[in-house]
Design a protein around this ligand. Structure first.
Ligand SMILES: C[S@@+](CC[C@H](N)C(=O)[O-])C[C@H]1O[C@@H](n2cnc3c(N)ncnc32)[C@H](O)[C@@H]1O
Length: 351
């Protein structure tokens, strides 16, 4: 297994992180390089992230021994470990993630894989150059399981969730980029309102943005997840405070999307994936909200041939065991030239 130092953001127009005054962010863990690995069979688990739609993903990827498969968001390796089982000693699995901690977990879990495994700390925006650097040609299969992992949500230091008190960080890669706190310090009221409305589909976006700018003027900007959640709860009308979901849910989603430039990155990543795919390849994408799914759907419709018109959803059974799967939508497409009928946008059934 190899690890590569990240070059994401180097020379790009991403803002450089400046540590906000008084924000107690955990220091980024130093890069470990090659590590001694305890075989996954010796680790009891449970693993911190349950892969979503696992059976559907494995089935639709139509795996075979000897293939080159890219898991572009390898996370805790839940999908990757199942994929690796089908590739055999002649196959290759490339796992990418922006989160080094996730790669460490994936490395442990994949220690016993019989195929070649390459884990790379990179964004899927660099998918084509990663394959070239590894001396690999095109990928036969590419999986993108978008968004945030349970591991990240449940790590207070990442600041992704208001369920835990933590710094307002929210970066997938805590070694670079701009924190949510920094954005809150710099953004105009109009920007904040637009983010909450567009990326969070938040009805009270203007009220929340106004409240934030008011407290910022008084030098009282929230510094932690709990403080931000409280501010949002106070800014919305009382009825909205009693809603089924916490009133800060959409604001947190919006900020995370902006911090990680998730939608721009997704569009670039889909283009990279389509270019990196072999003519008979398959691209499989799991999305978790309509902003992502719309982009995946339009991209596959305009540039590839989707296997089916409608996405697949998790079964009731899976939702019961893993509630996070409730909002998952799964789409698969093949390159245009590979279709038997190039005009067809929908094979209508599983191939
Ligand atoms: C839903 S989790 C993937 C979980 C994984 N499929 C599993 O079963 O364990 C999404 C992962 O994508 C990573 N990620 C987000 N944006 C990324 C990007 N642009 N490039 C690579 N990884 C990214 C996140 O850090 C996170 O670990």
């Amino acid at each position: 297994m190899t690890w590569k130092r990240s070059s994401v953001g180097e020379g790009s127009n991403e803002l450089t992180l400046r540590q906000p005054e008084g924000l107690v962010a955990p220091p980024a863990r130093p890069f470990q390089g090659f590590r001694a690995v305890t075989p996954s069979s010796k680790r009891p688990g449970p693993w911190p992230h349950q892969p979503v739609l696992l059976q559907e993903v494995i089935e639709d990827l139509a795996l075979e021994a000897g293939l080159t498969v890219v898991d572009a968001t390898v996370g805790a390796g839940g999908h990757a470990i199942e994929i690796a089982k089908s590739l055999g000693p002649t196959g290759t699995l490339v796992g990418l993630d922006r989160d080094k901690e996730a790669l460490q977990v994936a490395e442990e879990r994949l220690a016993d894989a019989s195929c070649r495994v390459e884990l790379v700390h990179e964004s899927y925006l660099s998918l084509a150059s990663v394959l070239a650097d590894l001396g690999l040609g095109r990928a036969d299969r590419i999986l993108m399981d978008l968004g945030v992992s349970s591991m990240q949500l449940d790590s207070p230091g990442r600041g992704m969730s208001f369920r835990f008190e933590g710094p307002l960080d929210m970066r997938f890669d805590p070694t670079q980029g701009t924190t949510a706190m920094e954005l809150l310090r710099r953004a105009t009221e109009q920007e904040l309102s637009t983010w909450f409305s567009e990326y969070g589909e938040e009805r009270y976006s203007r009220r929340i943005a106004r409240s934030l700018v008011e407290v910022r003027r008084g030098g009282m900007l929230p510094r932690t997840t709990g403080e931000l959640a409280d501010l949002v709860a106070r800014a919305v009308p009382p009825a909205a405070r009693r809603a089924r979901i916490h009133p800060a849910t959409r604001v947190f989603q919006a900020l995370r999307i902006v911090v990680n430039r998730e939608l721009e990155t997704l569009e670039g990543g889909l283009e990279q994936a389509a270019q990196a795919l072999a003519p008979e390849g398959r691209l499989a994408v799991i999305s978790f909200h309509s902003l992502e799914d719309r982009r995946v759907k339009v991209f596959m419709r305009d540039h590839m041939n989707p296997l089916r018109k409608k996405p697949l959803f998790a079964s009731e059974e899976e939702i019961h065991v893993n509630p996070r799967s409730r909002s998952a939508k799964f789409r698969v497409a093949v390159p245009r030239a590979a279709s038997s009928d190039p005009k067809s946008n929908d094979a209508g059934s599983r191939l």
